[in-house]
Design a protein around this ligand. Structure first.
Ligand code: 5RP
Length: 220
């Protein structure tokens, strides 16, 4: 199986976590797109979905899946999304698609985060994938200096504006031995909206697709 087929296999396995009659939180990216397409096949069993990006909202709507505003949804049983890296403690780097802020917000409302990945995303230590940080435009230079002081090399994602009208700095070369601590530290830099470390609220379940099948890993 190629990487896209593995992404699809992980996404299809996540359909088992969808609860009948409920609202589903939906992530962003190529793996999440496979999940959205799978969700279309069972759309009559769910109330609808909350999307973590404009792109996912368009894809859900294209399948005729009802969209809910997160402000009208006090709780939902499950959020399903991909990741750029995931470690053994189910902490993740996310935001390769630039949707990290909305992803983190929707995930915060869900009882369970189901992460869907092909096996290439599993790492011993987070940080080889550059860490995305969403930044208020006027704070770009200030945040760049602060992230450099933390030991990283931030690079502006050229020509990219988030759904929230902000910029992304992709931080290369960070050594992430303490994902939870670094997540908090970066969030406290003035001008940072959100960073792509999902450690304080990591995944609860990982569905990891490899040639041998989809492995299910749960948080200890
Ligand atoms: C988007 C994300 C995605 O989940 C992450 O980039 C993985 O993407 P893909 O499923 O395309 O490999 O965080 O902001």
């Amino acid at each position: 199986m190629n990487q896209d087929e593995l992404k699809r296999a992980a996404a299809m396995a996540a359909l088992d976590y969808v609860i009948d009659g409920e609202i589903v939180g939906v992530g962003t990216g190529s793996t999440a797109n496979h999940f959205i397409d799978g969700l279309a096949g069972i759309k009559d069993r769910i109330q609808g979905a909350v999307a973590s990006s404009e792109a996912s909202a368009r894809r859900l709507a294209g399948h005729g899946i009802r969209l809910f505003d997160l402000n009208d949804v006090p709780a939902m049983p499950v959020y399903v999304d991909g990741a750029d890296e995931i470690d053994g403690g189910l902490s993740m780097i996310k935001g390769g698609g630039g949707a990290l802020t909305r992803e983190k917000i929707v995930a915060a409302v869900a009882e369970r985060f189901v992460c869907i990945c092909d096996a290439s995303k599993q790492v011993a230590t987070l940080g080889r994938f550059p860490l995305p940080v969403e930044v208020i435009p006027m704070a770009r230079a200030q945040v760049t200096r602060a992230l450099t002081a933390l030991g990283g090399t931030p690079r502006l994602r050229e020509g990219f504006v988030t759904d929230n009208g902000n910029l992304i700095l992709d931080v290369h070369g960070l050594s992430i031995s303490d994902p939870m601590g670094l997540e908090s530290e970066i969030d406290h830099i003035a001008g940072v909206v959100c960073n792509g470390l999902f450690a304080r609220r990591g995944a609860d379940v990982l569905l990891l697709a490899a040639a041998e099948g989809v492995q299910r890993v749960t948080r200890n």
